[in-house]
Design a protein around this ligand. Structure first.
Ligand SMILES: Cc1cc2nc3c(=O)[nH]c(=O)nc-3n(C[C@H](O)[C@H](O)[C@H](O)COP(=O)(O)OP(=O)(O)OC[C@H]3O[C@@H](n4cnc5c(N)ncnc54)[C@H](O)[C@@H]3O)c2cc1C
Length: 425
């Protein structure tokens, strides 16, 4: 690491940690960022950015490079099997970015990492794992392990991770942007409440020959939520929720290229699983399914941390919350959260105020997340809402690709009404 003493140590270089580090660096705060992995993600994962996120990126001069790596999508349509039931039009939001940007998470992370390095001279410390931390006398001391890979085994080698060095880092604040299994959250003993049951999805990306329609399509049938993403580079991505009648084994995973013969068999198995789900749930989808580049099972549940932090240690992103993947709210709201925490820390560092609580940050995060997670019946249908929309209104909320004022306006297009507004980030 460049230094063993800093103002803020960000743990986790996912999109939220990178954004938090950038906002801090932009404000002139001394920041270090570590991650236990050896690079950014290689996959599309959370693959869409809301207009609010593009506005934030624009403040850092990053909207343009991110937009050039993605596909602009002006509408999101809702289907129930073969029938188109409703649509929302992002262009009616106005402003500089009246669209959803479909862009792989890997591309976003690449732009953020490059900006940290080129503009601020901050290198992400890959292969650095937080082990523990302790707060004492106005400082946090973090114990970080520097990892190295080494080939082990005789005849059949395999890679193992070894601790090469243990580093002690002294920091004024520690930010846990370390994802859903957050060690920072666990060490702080912050309860992580489950507010909705786990849902499992299969996500699959493939090339197609025909014209890609610039529309996100969400299929909400009686039992499942599914989404079609038009990706850049002539690809589609289907995410299907698996229900009890779909055996996960009908749909194998594909994360890396295998030998040709194995690859062909795997592709055929995935292709026929995909074909069956499309026929049952989205019979209108007739595009060709070309080369399959990725297929993965992933589970999500609604969760929210009871408190976002304590003393000098605070959480952002998936470390503090989780929701359904369709509206991409975890990533996008997490990014805004990182920026808000950076502003809060900046103020505290400047004023040298007591730091035991961050009441405005805590209230803003709890309000916004309770609204997004539909806690306390925060969404209802107006008198003139369509009957299909009315029936599914609680399931539509996590599918809307927005937060804050934009969320209220998009919900309003469907005649849905949201409860009290969160404090703006
Ligand atoms: C297969 C898959 C598909 C997904 N699809 C969707 C989707 O369709 N829609 C959607 O909204 N979301 C999706 N997600 C979730 C989305 O990727 C996350 O919401 C997003 O990445 C959250 O960002 P984050 O920065 O908070 O956390 P993460 O991206 O999880 O980053 C946390 C980082 O912390 C690092 N870390 C953890 N512990 C330590 C430690 N002790 N020391 C140092 N570093 C540590 C990790 O290596 C990681 O890089 C998907 C995720 C996966 C895996």
């Amino acid at each position: 690491m460049k230094t063993d003493r800093t103002q803020v140590l960000v743990v986790g270089a996912g999109p939220v940690g990178l954004m938090t580090a950038l906002s801090l660096a932009q404000a002139g705060i001394k920041v270090e960022i570590i991650d236990r992995e050896d690079r950014t993600t290689a996959r599309s994962y959370a693959c869409a950015l809301h207009p609010r996120t593009l506005r934030l990126l624009d403040k850092l001069g990053l909207a343009e490079p991110v937009i050039s790596a993605g596909r602009r999508v002006p509408t999101v349509a809702f289907y129930d099997l073969g029938t188109r039931r409703a649509e929302i039009r992002l262009r009616e939001l106005g402003g500089a970015f009246p669209f959803l940007l479909v862009v792989p998470q890997s591309a976003l992370e690449g732009v953020l990492e490059e900006c940290l390095l080129k503009k601020h001279g901050i290198k992400v410390q890959w292969n650095h794992r937080l082990d523990r931390f302790e707060e004492k006398a106005g400082m946090v001391t973090a114990t970080v392990e520097k990892l190295a890979g080494t080939a082990m085994g005789y005849i059949v080698p395999h890679w193992e991770t070894m601790v090469q060095k243990v580093i002690s880092v002294k920091t004024k604040f520690l930010v846990g942007a370390d994802g859903h299994n957050s060690l920072v959250r666990q060490r702080l003993k912050l309860p992580y409440e489950r507010v909705s049951p786990s849902q499992t999805f299969i996500t699959c990306e493939f090339a197609t020959d025909g014209e890609i329609e610039p529309e996100v399509r969400i299929v909400l049938d009686e039992n499942s939520t599914n989404v079609l993403w038009p990706l850049p580079d002539d690809k589609y991505r289907w995410t299907f929720q698996l229900v009890h009648t779909d055996g996960p084994h009908d749909f194998p995973e594909k994360d890396r290229w295998k030998r040709d013969s194995l690859d062909q068999a795997l592709n055929e198995e995935i292709r026929s699983g995909l074909g069956r789900l499309i026929m049952r749930r989205a019979p209108w989808f007739t595009a060709s399914i070309g080369a399959i580049s990725w297929s993965k099972h992933v589970s999500f549940e609604g969760r929210l941390v009871q408190k976002f932090g304590a003393g000098r240690c605070w959480l952002v992103g998936d470390a503090a919350h989780q929701t359904s993947p369709v509206g991409v709210q975890s990533l996008n709201v997490g990014i805004a959260e990182g920026d808000l925490l950076a502003q809060t820390l900046q103020q505290r560092l400047r004023e040298e105020e007591p730091v035991d609580t961050f009441p405005a940050f805590e209230a803003a995060r709890q309000n916004e997340w309770r609204q997004l997670l539909g806690q306390g019946g925060t969404i209802g249908a107006g008198g003139d809402a369509d009957a299909w929309v009315r029936q599914r209104c609680a399931r539509i909320l996590p599918c809307l690709p927005a937060s804050g004022e934009d969320l209220v306006r998009l919900a309003g297009q469907l005649k849905l009404e949201l409860g009290p507004m969160p404090v703006a980030a």
